[in-house]
Design a protein around this ligand. Structure first.
Ligand SMILES: *[C@@H]1O[C@H](CO)[C@@H](O)[C@H](O)[C@H]1NC(C)=O
Ligand SMILES: *[C@@H]1O[C@H](CO)[C@@H](O)[C@H](O)[C@H]1NC(C)=O
Ligand SMILES: *[C@@H]1O[C@H](CO)[C@@H](O)[C@H](O)[C@H]1NC(C)=O
Length: 386
């Protein structure tokens, strides 16, 4: 005979709660089958991911507003390789602890930098899929955090990593971090920033306010990015500069010239540059750009920066520069960039079903949208835990 013990009652109550909150699903432990169909899974609680509506307030404005003063990060707050996201977290546009959802990332880059909705959605989707947990809808903008456990079953490796983990999101030839194959790839480097400033000094525009040769221009980025590539090609024996990383690396430069200028006069001077890169705070009396910066805009700017010194994607193999074979058609296109991103994301993401698969599909669709790719035709094909 079965006796009703308190433990059994508790278990029954928990099961009833789960069942009534999500009547259409059953925990995996009960039905078996592929991972991801239940509302709870190995102690994690499913959170449905929804692409938020397009923000309607997209004009110029003073950032930060009174509700978002700078608060320095504490020892347990996550900060990572992206000065823009770090700044947003320091001002509370993102959660101050540096752990964010898909929707929070889109809101923050839209509100703080006027990044257009589809571009913001694609980048945020890559963040959650590649370096976060798509079952609980969280990613760390820094490094591994107990608040973002790996996907249940560790189907994409034993850690979610956070955006700072090398690969997928963080990559080589960045502006103010060394490559992972070379040194400290996590933290802002004074040495690199000082080199950046010498390029402003050599190629920058004059300003009556901030001084001669103090304004960051496209020319500055053309020369500094090329310099950084040559530097890492020589110094990083494992340089990874395949098509996706090459384009995203140049996008990072395009972000600087398109999202960091003061929206009122469109100028990014060394004071503003230092405020973002060095202090990770919005400059005094700074305005976000006056119209949303979208994918086309960024790719055009990135192409403009790259075209001054065109490069072929490739890698250093034990220190020997090795150009990549063309991925698709022989001529590099955005679908190659999308395909290369998919080659870095784990194929296990699409070996799931149910609720997790719903989230994965939502994110894959958001990621594919600016590329004009049908996400069902080009699924993630990479190794788990990369
Ligand atoms: C800036 O450059 C202009 C033109 O070359 C020069 O006349 C001026 O003295 C310079 N200003 C400073 C502060 O060096
Ligand atoms: C960065 O912060 C330091 C220390 O608070 C300050 O002295 C400096 O002026 C700031 N620099 C910029 C560019 O905001
Ligand atoms: C932005 O431009 C406005 C108008 O020219 C100016 O008052 C403000 O000081 C500028 N802010 C920064 C950070 O350069």
């Amino acid at each position: 005979m079965l006796s009703i013990t308190p433990t059994l009652l508790l278990a029954a109550a928990a099961w009833l709660q789960t069942a009534s909150a999500f009547p259409a699903t059953t925990p995996d432990s009960i039905i078996g089958g592929k991972p991801g169909s239940g509302a709870t899974w190995q102690g994690q609680k499913y959170v449905k991911i929804v692409v938020p509506p397009v923000q309607s307030d997209t004009g110029i404005k003073l950032i930060p507003d009174a509700q978002h003063p700078f608060v320095a990060p504490g020892p347990n707050d996550q900060r990572g390789p992206c000065p823009g996201l770090n700044t947003l977290a320091n001002h509370g546009y993102l959660p101050h602890n540096g752990i964010a959802t898909f929707e929070q990332l889109i809101y923050a880059v839209g509100e703080g930098f006027n990044m257009e909705h589809d571009l913001a959605s694609a980048l945020s989707a890559l963040a959650i899929l590649g370096r976060g947990n798509a079952y609980i809808n969280k990613v760390s903008i820094g490094f591994a955090s107990s608040e973002v456990p790996p996907l249940p079953g560790q189907i994409d490796g034993p850690t979610a990593g956070g955006l700072g983990k090398h690969g997928r999101f963080e990559g080589d030839v960045s502006q103010t971090r060394f490559d992972i194959g070379e040194g400290d790839y996590k933290n802002f480097q004074n040495e690199l920033y000082d080199e950046f400033l010498t390029y402003v000094g050599r190629y920058g525009d004059d300003s009556p306010v901030s001084g001669n040769a103090s304004v960051v221009t496209v020319k500055v980025m053309q020369e500094y990015k090329y310099h950084r590539f040559l530097q890492e090609q020589a110094n990083d024996p494992n340089l990874e500069f395949s098509i996706a990383r090459m384009i995203i690396s140049y996008d990072e430069a395009a972000f600087v010239v398109n999202f960091f200028p003061n929206g009122t006069d469109n100028i990014i001077d060394t004071y503003t540059l230092g405020s973002f890169f060095r202090n990770q705070t919005f400059p005094e009396n700074w305005h976000r750009r006056s119209s949303p910066g979208d994918f086309t805009f960024i790719q055009t700017a990135a192409a403009n920066i790259l075209n001054a010194h065109p490069l072929v994607p490739g890698t250093n193999q034990k220190g020997v520069w090795t150009p990549d074979a063309p991925l698709n058609t022989g001529s590099v296109s955005f679908t190659d960039v999308h395909l290369n991103i998919m080659q870095s994301l784990s194929s296990s993401l699409v070996q799931t079903e149910g609720l997790l698969r719903d989230n994965v599909n939502t994110l894959l669709q958001a990621l594919a949208k600016p590329f004009g790719v049908d996400y069902t035709k080009v699924p993630p094909s990479g190794k788990p835990g990369q």
